[in-house]
Unconditional design. Structure first.
Length: 315
């Protein structure tokens, strides 16, 4: 199943080109076809950078992205174009990613015409269909972005991505800017689209409730490294890594259905000068001298479950 997947391997030092910070440090991540992977972490942990590298919005300074078994950066011509279209990114703030001077028709339809997915004469029908798919009135195509609410604008952003017929969506905090009731609607839309279009998602969020709601598997990042990954239910039932446990412990049990990301005790260290050994050791209640000296490897602790903590080595 993984062979047909969007496979992302060995994103070593996938920092932004003009930043000194190494935002992502030796992260390996594979997303299977049709899977929804939730990527969680505090701000500055590198999850957005990872998402942008995967979506081709930012180049990796080293490391590679593979899509359906092929290294994306090595593709040329139509194959490169095809891969670029198949992986689309949905951003947090739709207003800043929608050109205010363009009508919805052009925002949604332009790339599809340019890439020959629809003829110029059929674009109105194509856009109408795409808008209906995301729950918008097709007549909205004549309007401009400022004439819509935040939730509607996010739907326009989603329609724009869908118009180029993607297979893999990278959603970076795609509902974070919306009111809670609107968030639920947009999350339901994502899930409906997953069914209808067989989409695969990398869903980046700081909100554990959002991630629990829609992910098959969760990946927890801390200061540029993956510290734990597990099927969603297993992770919430029995988190392994002390950082994951700290995240979940701070959520009142009664609030289980509205799990919000509560900051773990202690300052988030600077990603410019991360702590030695296990990056989490200054905040970890179980830290030993070894933790400050030696970086724990991400190891499989049960089938499909990985964690990077010395505690798993046993006594
Ligand atoms: Fe805590 Fe040590 Fe495990 Fe890091 S390796 S999470 S510091 S116990
Ligand atoms: Mg971010």
């Amino acid at each position: 199943r993984l062979d047909a997947a969007a496979k992302i391997a060995n994103l070593l030092g996938a920092g932004l080109r003009d930043e000194v910070v190494q935002a992502v440090d030796d992260v390996s991540l594979a997303v299977a076809d049709g899977e929804v992977v939730g990527l969680v972490g505090e701000s500055g942990c590198g999850k957005s950078t990872l998402g942008r590298v995967v979506a081709g919005v930012h180049p990796a300074t080293s490391g590679t992205v593979h899509f359906r078994g092929r290294e994306v950066s090595a593709l040329k011509g139509p194959a490169a174009r095809d891969a670029a279209l198949k992986i689309q990114m949905i951003f947090q703030d739709p207003m800043s990613s929608l050109n205010p001077r363009l009508r919805v028709r052009d925002i949604v339809g332009e790339a599809a015409v340019v890439h020959g997915l629809v003829g110029a004469k059929e674009v109105d029908d194509y856009v109408a269909e795409t808008l209906q798919r995301v729950g918008l009135d097709p007549t909205y195509m004549r309007r401009y972005p400022h004439q819509f609410s935040g939730g509607q604008r996010q739907r326009i952003g989603i329609a724009r991505a869908l118009a180029v017929q993607p297979e893999f969506l990278v959603c970076d905090e795609s509902v974070a800017a919306l009111d809670v009731s609107i968030q639920a609607q947009v999350l339901n839309l994502f899930m409906r689209l997953r069914e209808e279009l067989s989409l695969t998602y990398l869903f980046i969020s700081h909100d554990l409730g959002v991630v629990e709601h829609l992910s098959d598997r969760v990946v927890i990042m801390y200061l540029g490294r993956v510290v734990e990954t597990a099927p969603t239910e297993a992770l919430f039932d029995a988190p392994n890594h002390p950082y994951t446990r700290a995240l979940l412990d701070e959520i009142p049990r009664l609030e289980a259905r509205k799990r919000r990301f509560v900051p773990v005790k202690g300052e988030i260290p600077s990603p410019i000068d991360p702590p030695t050994g296990c990056h989490f050791h200054p905040r970890c209640p179980h830290a030993t001298a070894r933790c400050a000296a030696e970086q724990p490897a991400l190891r499989e602790i049960a089938p499909g479950r990985w964690s990077a903590c010395h505690l798993n080595d046993g006594p």
